[in-house]
Design a protein around this ligand. Structure first.
Ligand SMILES: NC(=O)c1ccc[n+]([C@@H]2O[C@H](COP(=O)([O-])OP(=O)(O)OC[C@H]3O[C@@H](n4cnc5c(N)ncnc54)[C@H](OP(=O)(O)O)[C@@H]3O)[C@@H](O)[C@H]2O)c1
Length: 327
């Protein structure tokens, strides 16, 4: 790490919608500073930089990678560029926090991880949900077995994105479709709450641009445990998660992947659990990465390389089931 101080100097690569939300929350993170931003268009990066007090604004992603005062780069480009941009950053020895999905397939993810290890540079997938207080609370509840074993999960994420064949949601060459964009959240919840399924069934309806407009997934585990997962880019759904346990249920209210609240019901009582979050919720992952970098770590103990690889292998298997190939 180039800087001798205790402040981690962040760079943002790609100044789109999520980059704005992340930059807003980064302003709230201790020991972190937005130091540089990069867009393919210099004017755009200057405007973005002005909003969030970035000292350096670049008109190309390469210039950001060549800035040796930047410690870590947050990659916020469409899915289909995550691999290329992560490789670019790692090859310039920049630590990376890359948006979800980590890449388009598990071969790419494996390659990214191998390079991070070879270069001894930090790398993490920005699965922000994992770092949210309510999600951690639920994972601890499962682990504690206070409500007995978890037997079923139902989780959905449906949002009506207006049809635009050029947009990253519908454009196949940008990794379009519901599964990789929002279906990843129900799949990620199942992976964290229930583990790797022994059987996967999935079906999808495709758009005229040949990506999944919705995707219906069933994961089966031993002992009759199952997960029903759904995503859609053409339909608003509740976007909640319901967990059934031997001794009760946990309802993660809409939208379950964002800062949210819980209702826990047992035979004896119903409890509402709220979590005070004053931000968009991206500060938790940014804080985690900042702390790890200050401690010279190269991998997150929570969002591990293995977890990202397992997640992408599940998405690969679902895509094989629904016949969606990005190559
Ligand atoms: N964690 C979350 O809650 C969350 C929420 C939304 C999205 N995401 C993820 O973040 C990524 C970006 O999503 P977004 O909604 O921010 O997308 P977006 O608004 O379209 O922004 C993507 C940015 O990527 C850059 N880019 C580079 N090459 C591009 C190309 N050929 N076409 C379009 N953009 C290109 C552009 O930045 P410049 O013009 O500045 O170069 C663009 O502004 C996606 O992978 C998505 O899954 C995560």
């Amino acid at each position: 790490m180039e800087n001798g101080s205790k402040i981690i100097q962040w760079g943002i690569l790609g100044c789109g919608k999520i980059a704005h939300k992340f930059a807003q929350d980064l302003l709230k993170v201790t020991n972190a500073k937005l130091h540089a931003v990069a867009s393919r268009n210099l004017k755009k990066s200057v405007l973005f930089g002005l909003l969030y007090n970035s000292e350096n604004c670049y008109g190309s992603y390469l210039e950001l990678c060549l800035d040796n005062t930047v410690d870590v780069i947050y990659i916020a480009t469409p899915h289909s560029f995550h691999f290329e941009h992560t490789i670019l950053c790692l090859n310039h020895s920049k630590a990376v926090l890359c948006e979800k999905p980590f890449a388009l397939n598990s071969n790419q993810v494996a390659h990214m991880i191998d390079l991070a290890r070879e270069k001894n540079v930090f790398l993490m997938e920005a699965m922000w949900t994992l770092f949210l207080p309510h999600f951690q609370y639920v994972l601890n509840l499962i682990e504690s077995k206070e409500l007995g074993e978890i037997t079923n999960l139902k989780a959905d994420f449906g949002y009506q994105f207006g049809f635009n064949p050029e947009s990253r949601i519908y454009n196949k060459s940008l990794g379009g479709g519901s599964l990789l964009d929002i279906g990843i959240y129900p799949v990620f919840a199942a992976l964290n709450m229930l583990g790797i399924p022994s059987n996967i069934n999935a079906k999808a309806q495709m758009t005229s641009t040949e990506v999944d407009e919705n995707c219906d997934i069933v994961f089966q585990y031993k002992n009759g445990v199952s997960a029903s997962l759904f995503s859609s880019v053409v339909e608003e759904t509740k976007t909640e998660a319901i967990l059934t346990f031997e001794k009760g249920t946990v309802h993660i209210h809409s939208r379950f992947h964002e800062p949210s609240k819980l209702t826990i019901t047992t035979a004896e009582e119903t409890t509402e659990k709220t979590f005070e979050v004053q931000t968009n919720g991206y500060n938790f992952e940014a804080e985690h990465v900042t702390d790890l970098l200050l401690n010279n770590k190269k991998e997150s103990p929570l969002m591990t390389f293995d977890k990202s690889l397992q997640l992408m292998k599940l998405l690969d298997q679902i895509r094989a089931e629904i016949g969606l190939d990005y190559n």
